[in-house]
Write a protein that binds this ligand. Structure first.
Ligand SMILES: Nc1ncnc2c1ncn2[C@@H]1O[C@H](COP(=O)(O)OP(=O)(O)OP(=O)(O)O)[C@@H](O)[C@H]1O
Length: 617
């Protein structure tokens, strides 16, 4: 890899096929799958059609978990409760449970029941999400268990909802004059919902909003630094998963025509999580596979074990548990990863709209102060990590921030980038006082950064990782993304990401997974990601660490080029050879305090600096 090598034309996605034989596209494989599903009811006995109905309903819930747990990294045991919300809302409204006089105009229509169920679920998910999504680590799954149990008991203790004995008289759904009053007739509707859910989920994941959701797995600090509103992204994905579960509940209620609380309890919430994880938690098609495998497995165990053992008991639960452990141990990425390897599907390169260009920010006048620290102090208990630090960074210069280990450079970096708030003092970005504002606000005012410990999404392509950096330059929201109405916006974002990759010399790697690059290349990738935001201030945390000599020279050339374009660059670095030959000015820290500042040659001979680095030699 060389930064200075001429930019190459965007290479097509690397072919994964072993030979010249053409592989069918994903669309073609999807069409075959849909065709097989379509003929299912004509070929299969009624029992299996019915089983496929239940697999479809479970798939819809597992799809939501693919977004929530597999993609955004939030584990939920409570999805069955949202299934219950959808089922009970339509059950109450369509079964006449409210009585003829109350809301009589609403009753009898399952379609109104669907709309009402989605609305009720939306409001409930918003309320529950506001309370629980702030939790992190193991508190969040525990929170989902808590509200899952609460809703379950609510269903069982309300007389309006029929208590433990449940609600009957739920009518069949009527579609174009046809009553869907049998499992075979419901089959089409259920699988239409599943396919629509799978396709829209996949579309969403391949979009700006989807990347924002996926960025959550890289940690909130990284996502916010890219301008992603992490609280909103968490809420969006939580509500989407809840709505998919609610739609599944609506289908379930009108398939069964009777509901009681038991299928909406914690036990089922755990099953849905198993389906998602066993199938492959981060794969949309894995959700369908997981739902199929677990539903069929449970059915077989229930039928076969009593016959094999000659007596009944809860043996199927024990065998099921053991099988789950075996499957999870032998395929931690889920069963879909095994199937995907066997499927002869061609890799798809994302469409990059080379002709389109994103609008650019006007850079501040060269020489003007763009980032300033005024008497910044940061205390951690009794320890003063930054002590009344002053620092000015100007447009069109490279400023180095150096100091021995523990001097307080990273802490200063955090104050300057909004990751942390000074105990006292001010940070000004382009003249605006940024005190108390988070890193997202810094990003939207034109500050981009890299991380001391590389923070990338290793499974995602290099191109998509860089596109996360351009998040604030795109506009398409969740719904346009789900229905692929965002292609212009998306093509332009990817083109910008491709341009930045070529600019830093990683053009040839853009379709590879980011995790497959060497550490030095990953650091350069982070710089491309920061540049994709079109910044006026670039903060680099030890960018030369792990780079070979040639790579360092190439990085130096790139930074000089950025300086010539008028960017303000601040770098924290330990590599003195790299720093001295590159920066315009230096600020030296020791024990949290600024001990010297000036031109590199002045600082090099400063007695305080020699004392700090060499113990006064
Ligand atoms: N979150 C924190 N809580 C408590 N102490 C902290 C915290 N962050 C940093 N410190 C302390 O502040 C001091 C400065 O640490 P900092 O990481 O900023 O130094 P540094 O110059 O970046 O060091 P290095 O070059 O080794 O990365 C250290 O004594 C460190 O232990």
């Amino acid at each position: 890899m060389s930064v200075s090598q001429p930019a190459r034309a965007l290479a097509p996605a690397p072919a994964t096929s072993a030979g010249p034989r053409r592989r069918p596209s994903r669309l073609m494989v999807g069409a075959v799958f849909a065709a097989l599903l379509a003929v299912g009811p004509y070929l299969l006995p009624p029992f299996y059609v019915s089983l496929l109905d239940y697999i479809g309903i479970a798939s819809l819930v597992a799809l939501g978990l693919t977004l929530l747990t597999g993609t955004a990294g939030m584990t939920s045991f409570g999805q069955a409760a949202f299934v219950g919300l959808g089922a009970y809302t339509t059950g109450v409204l369509s079964s006449g449970a409210l009585g003829a006089d109350t809301l009589g105009w609403l009753q009898g229509s399952p379609w109104l029941g669907l709309a009402a169920g989605l609305l009720v679920t939306f409001v409930a998910a918003l309320a529950i999400g506001s309370l629980t999504l702030r939790l992190s680590g193991h508190y969040l799954p525990l929170g989902t268990i808590a509200w899952g149990i609460s809703l379950y008991y609510l269903f069982g203790s309300s007389t309006l909802l029929g208590g433990q004995s449940g609600l009957g008289n739920i009518p069949a759904i009527a579609l174009f004059g046809l009553d869907l009053d049998s499992p075979a007739r419901m089959y089409w509707l259920i699988w239409a919902f599943v396919l629509a859910g799978a396709v829209t989920s996949q579309n969403l994941l391949d979009s700006r909003e989807g990347r924002a959701i996926r960025a959550l797995k890289g940690g909130v600090t990284m996502a916010e630094a890219m301008g992603v509103n992490s609280s909103r992204a968490r809420m969006v994905v939580f509500i989407l998963a809840a709505l998919q579960a609610s739609a599944a509940g609506w289908l379930y209620a009108h398939l069964q025509r009777f509901i009681n609380p038991s299928p909406f309890g914690l036990h089922y919430g755990i099953d849905y999580l198993f389906m998602s994880v066993v199938g492959g938690a981060s794969s949309v098609w894995g959700a369908l596979l997981g739902a199929g495998v677990i539903t069929v497995l449970k059915q077989w165990l229930q039928d076969l074990l009593p016959a094999l053992l000659g007596r009944s008991g809860n043996f199927e639960v024990i065998v099921f548990g053991v099988l789950m452990i075996v499957i999870l141990q032998s395929s931690s990425a889920g069963l879909w990863s095994l199937v995907a390897r066997l499927l002869p599907v061609a890799a798809r390169a994302p469409r990059i709209d080379r002709a389109s260009r994103l609008s650019r920010r006007a850079l501040p006048e060269r020489g003007s102060v763009v980032l300033e620290a005024r008497k910044v102090t940061r205390r951690f208990g009794g320890l003063v990590a930054n002590n009344e630090m002053d620092l000015q960074l100007r447009a069109g210069e490279i400023l180095g921030l150096i100091g021995p280990n523990g001097a307080g450079k990273s802490t200063m970096f955090n104050q300057l980038s909004g990751v942390d708030t000074p105990t006292s003092g001010q940070v000004l970005l382009c003249g605006a006082d940024m005190r108390g504002k988070g890193s997202r606000a810094f990003a939207s005012r034109g500050l981009s950064r890299t991380f001391q410990h590389v923070r990338l999404l290793p499974q995602m392509s290099v191109l998509e990782n860089v596109a996360i950096g351009a998040h604030l330059r795109g506009h398409a929201g969740v719904l346009p993304a789900a229905w692929r109405l965002d292609r212009k916006d998306e093509g332009a974002l990817l083109a910008e990401a491709a341009r930045q990759l070529e600019r830093v010399g990683l053009g040839d790697c853009m379709h590879l997974p980011a995790g497959s690059l060497a550490l030095g290349q990953q650091r350069i990738l982070e710089i491309a990601r920061a540049l994709a935001a079109d910044p006026c201030v670039l903060l680099l945390d030890e960018p030369a660490a792990g780079l070979r000599l040639q790579e360092k020279q190439a990085l130096g050339d790139l930074l000089r080029k950025l300086r010539a374009e008028g960017l303000a660059v601040l770098l924290v670095e330990h590599d003195m050879d790299f720093v001295m030959g590159l920066v315009d000015r230096l600020v030296v820290m020791e024990f949290g305090t600024r001990i010297a500042a000036g031109l590199p040659e002045e600082v090099q001979n400063d007695p305080a600096v020699l004392e700090a680095y060499l113990g006064g030699v």
